[in-house]
Each structure stands twice: as structure tokens, then as C-alpha cells.
Design a protein around this ligand. Structure first.
Ligand code: NAP
Length: 303
């Protein structure tokens, strides 16, 4: 059975229950045809939502992905493309940047989206995220840029990433349409959005958040910290109870169990790991199993 789909907000974008992030695409060393095959594997599994940012791979990943789409243009309409803007990196590919900073000015947002469309070889992105909250964001100006881009059909939906609820509310107060997601770091190794109001806000607004680094960016498998060791052991125990599910599958099922309908954004470049993740979407953790893993993460049962 393929990965299911979900409307991330009422009457809004339909996304797959698991998304594929391509932050590491440039590291995967794939030839264009291998990239096409990898994208096709994701789509066949029902993983149709693809997460980009302008800056990924030092501003190269959107272009690498666009090259693959150019080989098989029919793939574009089978997926939802997310990209992001507002981080400016110091990079040989952007020699005009003198310090890493954020830019939510109208001029930068519009220029960044135009560039993303060119790189991705598409006429619209399904969802644009502001990548990081900008302390100098002028909410009126930023909202105007986003509303103009949406009006022009260049972006179909708007979301945010790494926003606190108050920052989300500020931007939302200036837009004439709803913000449809907040993409935040969340996993068994990173619990903050459970407690800082982020997921409460998403549930209140009935929007599905997205979880980046859903496997701790790989730390879950590599780290020798006491917490990572406890987690591996706990995930293995629960995996055995679920009929020999692997620890990555249980870690994803733990995210999927949350009632806010969190969408894990997978970071793997391996086809077999995509398959394993897709199977994880079928696992159902009990409440007790979920809390067992939470306790392994924090090192103590809940108070
Ligand atoms: P992740 O899934 O937590 O980590 C992926 C890493 O873990 C890869 O190096 C992968 O290596 C490794 N891995 C996966 N399964 C494994 C396994 N079973 N055993 C050993 N290693 C395993 O996700 P992420 O890459 O950190 O982030 C995912 C996506 O989130 C990114 O691509 C990006 O789209 C998004 N993101 C967003 C933000 C933001 O600010 N909005 C920030 C960071 C990331 P292999 O490739 O070898 O499998």
C-alpha cells in the first residue's frame, strides 16, 4: 500500500503523509538519470511532496532537480514542490553576500522565487516557506510580496519554517489567505515543538506541521550519547513488539502518531530507505508505546 495523502489545511494543498527533502541531493552524487529514477521511486511509493530550499547544496540542489525534471517533464505534475527563501548564505555562488543573514524584503522574496522557478524548471511552486524568522521582517512588506506572488500564480500556497507561534501569528495577521504549515525540527531526538506551543497552534488552526530531520539528521544511528543509546534500545524494543519494525521505522511512526498530523520530511538518498519509510507509515503505535519512547528520549518517565 502506498503512502497516503493529506490536505495540510482546510481546502488546501494535498501532500503525501511523508515528504522527501532534498537538502543533501548534491551529496548523493547521482547522474541525472539516477536522479530521475530516485524521484520515480519516491512517486511510486506515494511520496509525492518534495522539499527544497533555494540554499540547498550551496544554491545548487534546485538546479540539479530541475535537470532531472527536464529529462522527464511529465513528472512535475505528479508532485507537490515546496521551496523556501529568506536565508542568504555566504557562498561562492552568491559573492555579493558578505555575512550570513535573513532577508524578507519584497525585493528579495520576489527575486528568490523567480530564481527557484528557473532552477526547478517549473512555472509555479506548490508551497513557498519562509525558511527562518527574520528579526527585521516588516510584516506588511513581506505579506505584500507573498500575496502578489500568489496572485500571479507563481506560488500556490504559503507556509513558514522554524517560526514561533507569535511570529506565525504576526505574518498571518497581514495575509489575506491562511498560512498552511510550519516546518520545524522534530524527532525522537528533538522534542521542542511539543512544548513551545508550535504543535498546539497547528492543531488549533487545523494545519499539518512538517518535521525536518525526522531521524535526527542521522544522529539517531551514529551518536554515542546516552540519550541516543537509550533511544535505539527503546525503538528496537517497540519495533519487536510491532513485528520486527526497524528503529528508523518506529522513529517515523512515533512522529506520525501525533494528532497534529505531522509530516516527516525524509532526508535519505537511498531507495531502500525510502521503501522502509513508506512501510513505516502503516505502523500504529499505542499510547503506551509512544510514551515509552518519549521517556527514552528525556531519560525519565513523564512527571
Ligand atoms: P533525517 O532523515 O533526519 O536524516 C537524514 C540522514 O540520516 C541522511 O544522512 C541519511 O543517510 C541518514 N539515515 C537515514 N536513515 C538511516 C538509517 N536507517 N541508518 C543510518 N543512517 C540513516 O533528515 P535530514 O536530512 O536531516 O532532513 C530532512 C529534510 O528536512 C532535508 O532534506 C530538508 O528538506 C529538510 N530540512 C529543513 C530544514 C528547515 O530549516 N526547514 C532544516 C534541515 C532540513 P542516507 O542518505 O545514507 O540514507
Amino acid at each position: 500500500m502506498g503512502v497516503s495523502q493529506i490536505a495540510i489545511a482546510a481546502n488546501s494543498l494535498i501532500c503525501s503523509r511523508l515528504a522527501l527533502g532534498v537538502w543533501r541531493l548534491a551529496e548523493w552524487q547521482m547522474q541525472p538519470r539516477e536522479r530521475v529514477a530516485f524521484i520515480e521511486t519516491a512517486l511510486e511509493l506515494g511520496i509525492t511532496t518534495i522539499d527544497h530550499a533555494d540554499i540547498y547544496g550551496n544554491y545548487t540542489c534546485e538546479g540539479l532537480f530541475g535537470d532531472a525534471l527536464a529529462l522527464k517533464p511529465g513528472l512535475r505534475d505528479q508532485m507537490q514542490l515546496i521551496t523556501k527563501c529568506d536565508i542568504k548564505l555566504v557562498s561562492a555562488n552568491r559573492p555579493e553576500h558578505t555575512i550570513k543573514h535573513y532577508d524578507t524584503s519584497q525585493a528579495h522574496i520576489v527575486a528568490s522565487v523567480e530564481n527557484s522557478l528557473n532552477q526547478l524548471r517549473t512555472d509555479r511552486v506548490d508551497l513557498l516557506l519562509l525558511h527562518r524568522p527574520d528579526p527585521l521582517m516588516d510584516a506588511d512588506e513581506t505579506a505584500e510580496a507573498l500575496m502578489d506572488l500568489k496572485q500571479a500564480g507563481k506560488i500556490l500556497h504559503v507556509g513558514v519554517s522554524n517560526f514561533q507561534p507569535s511570529q506565525f501569528d504576526l505574518l498571518a495577521s497581514r495575509l489575506n489567505f491562511p498560512i498552511v504549515t510550519n516546518q520545524v525540527e522534530f524527532s525522537v531526538t528533538h522534542l521542542t515543538p511539543l512544548y513551545d506551543g508550535t504543535f498546539d497552534q497547528c492543531q488549533r488552526l487545523r494545519i499539518a506541521p512538517m518535521a525536518w530531520s525526522p531521524l535526527g539528521g542521522g544522529d539517531l544511528f551514529q551518536s554515542d550519547s546516552p540519550s541516543a543509546k537509550r533511544l535505539r534500545s527503546a525503538l528496537q524494543t517497540i519495533g519487536e513488539q510491532l513485528g520486527n519494525a526497524t528503529i528508523d521505522q518506529v522513529a517515523l511512526a512515533w512522529i506520525l502518531r501525533h494528532p497534529a498530523n505531522i509530516i516527516p520530511v525524509l532526508g535519505t538518498g537511498k531507495r531502500d530507505r525510502l521503501q522502509s519509510a513508506a512501510a513505516a507509515a502503516q505502523l500504529q503505535l499505542s499510547r503506551e508505546q509512544w510514551f515509552y519512547i518519549l521517556a527514552a528520549s528525556t531519560g525519565a518517565p513523564v512527571p
